[in-house]
Design a protein around this ligand. Structure first.
Ligand code: CDP
Length: 222
């Protein structure tokens, strides 16, 4: 599948708790876009592999398990939910256990390859359901999944501010450790790709971040 398409695609990348989900949801609402949170895909896959007892370091077992998994999509409002073997993700995908393991699975090239076509296929899901476009958030959307996206944003914020935001959500999360692992992996590392619009949200509230992005998107989409 080609990544070049007239169908508007907004890519939002950034570190843990950098405000990707809140801004993506808000932009989806404003511009009638399908919202796709690829972090939830990696979390769901991690939870499933942990459930099956397949460690991220056991490549033969991992390959075999990935080959057996089937991914499909269910829409909930404007959001795409990934089903694995017909099962939606549960609350455990935000658990401390998944927080601790997800970056290890996400660093394995075979895991990333297993999700690649599925993620690109969300553009077709959005088209089929009458959305004007797609807003996809993650770590490698503007660099690997949709490098030709209409708008590519990279969100960052001071680590202390991000830790505070996650705490406010009532979660215990090793965001600094995940960022370290995500940024240092050889395959699809977390980085601001050349040409992406870098936004520091440390001193901005959600409304200000969304207004900034919305102005740029409106200009690009005409
Ligand atoms: O919400 P938060 O920013 O904490 O993380 P997330 O977006 O739910 O992503 C969870 C983890 O999935 C990340 O720490 C990455 O290891 C992995 N991930 C990735 O490798 N590539 C993506 N496109 C999205 C997530």
């Amino acid at each position: 599948m080609t990544t070049t398409s007239p169908f508007p695609i907004v890519a939002i990348d950034g570190g843990a708790a950098s405000g990707k989900s809140s801004s993506a949801r808000s932009l989806a609402e404003r511009f009638n876009l399908l919202h796709v949170d690829t972090g939830s895909f990696y979390r769901h896959l991690t939870s499933e592999l942990l459930r099956q007892g397949v460690p991220s370091g056991d490549l033969p077992a991992l390959r075999a398990a990935l080959g057996r998994l089937e991914f499909s999509t269910r829409l909930e409002g404007r959001s795409a939910r990934m089903l694995i073997g017909g099962r939606p993700a549960g609350e455990e995908i935000r658990s401390q256990n998944v927080n601790a393991h997800v970056s290890h699975y996400a660093a394995v090239p075979e895991v990333r390859t297993a999700l690649l076509a599925y993620q690109r296929g969300q553009a077709e899901v959005a088209r089929q359901h009458g959305f004007r476009g797609l807003v996809m958030e993650g770590r490698d959307i503007g660099s690997v999944i949709f490098p030709d996206a209409s708008c590519r944003f990279f969100l960052h914020a001071d680590p202390a501010e991000r830790a505070r935001r996650r705490e406010q959500e009532g979660q215990t999360d090793s965001i600094a450790e995940r960022d370290r692992l995500d940024s240092s992996r050889p395959t699809a590392p977390l980085t601001c790709p050349a040409g992406a619009i870098d936004i520091d949200s440390t001193c901005l509230n959600l409304g200000q971040v969304v207004d900034l992005m919305a102005g740029i998107i409106a200009e690009k989409l005409g």
